[in-house]
Design a protein around this ligand. Structure first.
Ligand code: FMN
Length: 256
């Protein structure tokens, strides 16, 4: 296996227990430089990245802390301002702009994770910001109200302890479809349940579902971890907060 594949194969998340050791400015610069090489649609680099080094600020904003945090925001503000500057019209604030911008943004975040790992620096990808109140997040980070949405955070640092194991994944059979899409068969679903139940693989979020009285990991997952489906499809709570925020940002146009 080459060094790049080795780095990717040894990726694992540090769930917040980062030590006080700091990531050097040199290494941070290398990570940031790597991010800039990520593929991006229409050469827009439709993101802005906020770099945090204040651990309390991190804790308050998204519930974790490490040496540094990079907050990756989908962002068309720069390009819109550039258009104004040159007397052009530019507005990519719609759902397509949001989805395409999210792709650029998430890929940039994954580049950060891989670049960091290649330098011996660990990371946590977290959407903890979204558990905070989004109005508070916008205010605290001085985010533009329109054309900008904080998508994902990557915390960087060194762990206080090595994780006990590397987490597994469902294998290729479940993920790749030859030629066209194939719906999962009952046999495949049985196999999936068994994969999640395999204690050696550590695929799920918890290992002690039997002790909690569940036959299968997925019994725990569907009943205890996942939200109750909103069968009425009426936006309330966090869904409503997100929709309203996306409307405010201009990325989601309310139906007339
Ligand atoms: C979009 C996204 C959000 C995540 N949010 C959190 C989080 O808030 N807290 C956390 O501990 N891990 C979070 N993770 C990390 C996953 O839990 C982790 O990648 C997964 O359990 C697999 O573990 P591994 O990365 O060690 O292989 C997140 C990952 C992604 C991609």
């Amino acid at each position: 296996m080459n060094e790049t594949l080795k780095t990717i194969h040894t990726l694992r998340t540090i769930h917040g227990n980062f030590s006080v050791e700091e990531v050097s400015q040199l290494n941070l610069d290398l990570i940031c430089e790597a991010i800039l090489h990520t593929s991006n649609a229409s050469a827009r680099q439709s993101y802005s990245i906020i770099v945090l080094s204040d651990r309390k600020q991190m804790q308050d904003l998204f519930g974790y802390q490490g040496s540094r945090a990079l907050i990756f925001c989908v962002d068309f503000t720069r390009l819109a301002a550039g258009a104004k500057h040159l007397n052009h019209a530019f507005d990519n604030d719609d759902i397509i702009g949001f989805i395409t911008g999210s792709m650029d943004t998430m890929l940039a975040a994954q580049t950060a994770v891989i670049a960091a790992k290649s330098l011996g620096i660990d990371s946590l990808i977290t959407n903890g910001l979204h558990r905070n109140n989004l109005d508070v997040v916008y205010k605290s980070l001085n985010l533009p109200e329109t054309s900008c949405f904080p998508l994902i955070t990557v915390v960087l640092g060194y762990p206080t302890e090595e994780p006990a194991y590397q987490k597994g994944r469902l294998g290729a059979d479940f993920i790749f479809h030859e030629g066209v899409y194939h719906q999962p068969t009952p046999e495949m679903l049985e196999k999936m349940v068994a994969e999640y139940d395999d204690h050696e693989k550590h695929i799920g979020l918890v290992d002690n579902w039997e002790k909690m009285g569940f036959q299968h990991y997925l019994d725990w997952f569907y009943t205890k971890w996942s939200d109750e489906p909103n069968t009425e499809k009426i936006a309330t709570g966090k869904v409503l907060e997100f929709q309203e925020r996306l409307i405010k940002s201009g990325f989601w146009w309310p139906a007339e």
